[in-house]
Design a binder for this molecule. Structure first.
Ligand code: PSU
Ligand code: MN
Length: 311
């Protein structure tokens, strides 16, 4: 189990600690999507809805953030308020030590959340879209640390593919190089976040949470240290219109250039452009896909705890 040192071992809420001790299904949820991916006040409602979605499937939610320098796994309502209200820093895996060492607050990305979740013993993790290789990465070198984290962290991330703002083909190549299995759930094509189909095939397909759980068990039993991606498309009724999507993407990328936005501000700026430019349509899409991913993650977590799969 990768953990940094005993002094920064994540602090689990009583509920999460109890569930882990009893071997009950737990699903990790990230906080960057709340603090930087969704606007207020919808982010606070989303935080509750996502946790409720885990519970509805029989799981225990564990939203993760760093508060006052403490990596927390499982947040109280007041702590969720802080994540959603405040001006929290965006913490990727490399920033965890800084935040802990300096006693800061921060919202954790996929990379940082997966690191803390695995350290706490939580395999399942749900988010919206994985970070990846950005368009133009040949010049900017902008490749999300989410990929490196997945390469070395035992985390099963349920997502709607990678954000369509990225270079999807290059991201899939990196995942292949890093030996991170990529599974489509009920689909032969890799999802494109706001859109159901990124135009790229998915290497493997499963059709049930039980199959995903069986693959994860075997992946771990074979000794892989890598994570795994379980990708499912946004529900058809919530998909963003193709033309609107393509227009907002072109505009958003131009805006980045114009404003000189780089580094960790790129993804939040593009998501915000989609949300404002679509009059809220992309926000509905984003919320719908995260909720569906959280539900699927909880079902896989439940399947993992079932003894019939133990062999
Ligand atoms: N999924 C969403 N919204 C988000 C993210 C994922 O629906 O805001 C966040 C995750 O925290 C992910 C981050 O790790 O975007 C990627 O940021 P970057 O490209 O800077 O690595
Ligand atoms: Mn980046």
């Amino acid at each position: 189990m990768p953990h940094v040192s005993d002094s920064v071992f994540p602090t689990c809420s009583d509920e999460v600690a109890g569930a882990l001790a009893d071997g009950r299904p737990v699903v990790a949820l990230e906080s960057t999507i709340l603090a930087h991916g969704l606007p207020a006040p919808q982010n606070r409602t989303a935080a509750d809805e996502l946790e409720a979605a885990v519970r509805a499937q029989g799981g225990v939610p564990a939203t993760i953030a760093v508060l006052d320098g403490v990596p927390k796994v499982g947040l109280s309502a007041a702590e969720l308020d802080r994540v959603c209200d405040g001006e929290l820093a965006k913490l990727s895996a490399r920033d965890l030590g800084v935040a802990v060492g300096l006693g800061l607050d921060g919202a954790t990305t996929v990379a940082a959340t997966a690191t803390l979740a695995a350290a706490a013993g939580i395999a399942l993790f749900a988010t919206g879209g994985l970070g990846g290789v950005h368009r133009g990465a040949r010049d900017t070198w902008d490749v999300s640390a989410d990929l490196a984290a997945l390469a070395g962290t035992a985390s099963l991330v349920v997502c709607s593919g990678v954000k369509s703002i990225l270079d999807v083909a290059a991201t899939l190549e990196v995942l292949e190089t890093e030996s991170v299995p990529v599974l489509g759930h009920g689909t032969d094509t890799f999802p494109g976040f706001y859109r159901r189909d990124s135009g790229h095939p998915v290497p493997w397909r499963v059709d049930t949470p039980e199959q995903a759980a069986a693959v994860w068990r075997a992946h771990r039993a074979l000794g892989s240290r890598a994570g795994m991606v379980l990708a499912q498309p946004v529900p058809a009724a919530d998909e963003l219109d193709a033309q609107l999507h393509d227009r907002l993407l072109a505009e958003g990328l131009a805006l980045l250039e114009e404003r000189g936005i780089t580094g960790k501000d790129v993804t939040p700026a593009l998501l915000e452009h989609f949300h404002s430019g679509s009059g809220g349509a992309s926000l509905r899409t984003n919320l719908a896909l995260v909720k569906a991913n959280v539900e699927l993650a909880a079902r896989v977590a439940v399947a993992l705890t079932e003894r019939s799969l133990a062999g």
